[in-house]
Design a protein. Structure first.
Length: 593
């Protein structure tokens, strides 16, 4: 039975500091809350109907089914506390309030967090805080755009063809990748004197020189044969076992500005690079790359749209054989195999502009709607990758902005409300209907990119999921943290496990009934890769790899890092180059047995 509105919600989990944004507490009654009432309330609500607390509009007695393309969904019923949740609850005395002097870029408890082991000032800031403000500006023009690969007769007609890039060159790797090299200029055999029980350093790579302003090093794709990495103007590939070049490095005319985080079933990716070096240069040059051979496939050019829909910045996503190129207000889909245009995802309704996409086994779209009106809100959609047809639509309430997808399948969405200093993590069923929300307070700390001109929906590491469970690391201000297993059906905690060392631990992936996690290094102690059983009652971490002391300074010294565990090997790579000329920068490090 729900508490009366005159009582505050009961605290749950670990309370967040009062001067930081608060997680919306789930009501103890109402659809989707941890405890559902046996019967819907009798009679109409005392206030105008609003969607339930903290959730998208719900199916069942307290909300609406996910809407189909067309009119906006109607609000549901109010929650018991009179708080404004992400999908519509009246404001009340217990709604979390912003602290005095609300910061421009707050660190939300539960928000995508800063990397605990890296040194990257660009990461760990909630994307939506910057992105939402920019989107609100950009949508004023109400513009749409077309994408072309260079047909002068019809700029809206896509044209695919071979690269023809005579300027592209090949480059040898910085070192042969046999375990020699310490990130500087001196050679060192990292496996000499390896202690019993320590993993083997399979290979180590230094990064190409970057300009003083720094450069991106996005993406890391591990195939059965090669570990492939983008850095500044290059895409390089190394044999997973010994680090020797799998194919000659690809060098692009200008710096790489976006990549597809995913790859196709036959190991194709798409890279975007800048059109030039001037202030007017765009991230609009597309190049397909075969990870198996290093061959360049079709090329394309993202054409400028109307006002405020420029290709200054783009996001690339793959879903099946569909490449979605997202810009600030729209997107265009291509057949990734041929470069042929499939469809545009443009403005819909009165003023809904697609601002971000997430790929993988599904294609998810987020739109900003009515940005200049009192009805401003975000909408979430799933698209058929092949046709662009909308499968379902979920409407978020005013003030709530979609920031990240912690998982696409199952769909787990992180959103925030800047005005209310609040965050929310919601999960969805395959048909787009609400499934649950995280029903307890916790300071979570996944390692997430922050977008500037766009929301990077899939830019989070340090999260993992399977069909029924979400795994998130807690935020320990110092020392060891925990990984929490969250039941996607209820939003409740299943179990939690503490890091086996004094350093933070983050999820990497679920594999063979275990959660594989990375225990980060300290300045003088190397990290570990551990396996945590996901089922049963015992969740004690078991060591898969004890990383060696010989590389602890390199391991702990990545400016920012991406990690992966594939085929019994552990990979570390940088995601950003600082442009520091004093020492050689780190690119990739691989461990095995």
């Amino acid at each position: 039975m729900a508490q009366p509105p005159s009582q505050p919600p009961q605290p749950g989990g670990f309370g967040a500091p009062q001067d930081q944004p608060q997680h919306q507490q789930p009501p103890q009654g109402g659809f989707g809350a941890p405890q559902m009432p046996p019967q819907p309330p009798q009679g109409p609500p005392a206030q105008p109907p609003q969607p339930g607390y903290g959730y998208p509009q719900q199916p069942g007695p307290y909300g609406q089914q996910p809407q189909q393309p067309g009119p906006y969904a109607q609000p549901g019923q109010p929650g018991p506390y009179g708080q404004q949740g992400p999908y519509g609850q009246p404001a009340g005395p217990y709604a979390p309030q912003p602290g005095y002097g609300y910061p421009q870029q707050p660190q939300f408890p539960g928000a995508p967090g800063a990397p605990t082991g890296g040194r990257n000032p660009f990461k760990g800031r909630p994307a939506l805080v910057v992105g939402a403000a920019v989107v609100a500006l950009l949508v004023i023009g109400g513009a749409v755009f077309a994408v072309t690969s260079g047909d002068d007769k019809d700029p809206k007609k896509p044209v695919a063809g071979p690269s023809g890039d005579d300027k592209a060159t090949s480059a040898a790797p910085v070192n042969p990748g046999d375990g020699d090299g310490d990130g500087g200029g001196d050679d060192q055999d990292f496996n000499a004197g390896r202690k019993s029980g320590e993993a083997k350093v399979l290979w180590y790579k230094e990064a190409p020189d970057a300009p003083a302003s720094g450069a991106d090093a996005p993406g890391m794709w591990i195939t059965s044969k090669a570990a492939v990495k983008a850095a500044y103007k290059q895409v390089v590939a190394y044999n997973v076992a010994d680090g020797r070049p799998t194919w000659p490095a690809l060098t692009f005319p200008q710096k790489i500005c976006a990549v597809t985080p995913q790859r196709t079933a036959d190991d194709k990716i798409v890279v975007a690079y800048m059109s030039g070096t001037s202030d007017r240069a765009k991230c609009n040059q597309l190049q397909q790359v075969d990870l198996g051979t290093g061959a360049k496939g079709w090329t394309g050019v993202v054409a400028d749209g109307a006002l405020f829909d420029s290709a200054i910045s783009v996001e690339l996503s793959l879903a099946g054989n569909t490449l979605m190129v997202g810009r600030s207000q729209s997107g265009t889909a291509y057949d990734v195999r041929t470069g042929k245009k499939l469809y545009d995802k443009q403005k819909y309704g009165d003023a809904c502009f697609p601002t971000a996409f997430a790929g993988g086994t599904r294609l998810i779209s987020v739109a900003s709607c009515d940005a200049t009106k009192a009805t401003e809100h975000d909408e979430l959609q799933e698209l058929d990758p092949a046709t662009g047809k909308v499968k379902w639509t979920q409407k978020f309430d005013k003030g709530w902005s979609v920031g990240k997808t912690y998982s696409v399948d199952p769909l787990v969405v992180y959103s925030t409300n800047k005005d209310k200093n609040s965050w929310n993590i919601s999960t969805f069923k395959a048909n787009g209907s609400y499934r649950s929300q995280v029903g307890f307070d916790e300071d979570f700390a996944p390692d997430c990119d922050s977008g500037f001109l766009q929301r990077n929906l899939t830019g989070c590491q340090g999260t993992a999921s399977d069909a029924n469970t979400l795994y998130l690391p807690t935020d320990a201000k110092s020392g060891a943290n925990e990984i929490v297993a969250i039941d996607l059906a209820t939003g409740k905690e299943k179990w939690r496990v503490k890091s086996p060392t004094d350093e933070a631990m983050q999820p990497v992936r679920v594999e063979g009934g275990n959660l594989v996690a990375y225990v980060q290094p300290s300045y003088d102690a190397p990290g570990q890769v551990v396996a945590i059983p996901t089922a049963g009652s015992a969740h004690t971490p078991t060591k898969l790899l004890q990383l060696p002391e010989s590389t602890v300074k390199i391991e702990d010294g990545f400016y920012s890092r991406a990690v992966d565990w594939v085929g019994g090997r552990f990979y570390l790579s940088t995601t950003r180059l600082t442009g520091n000329d004093d020492t050689k920068e780190k690119l990739m490090l691989a461990y095995g047995k």
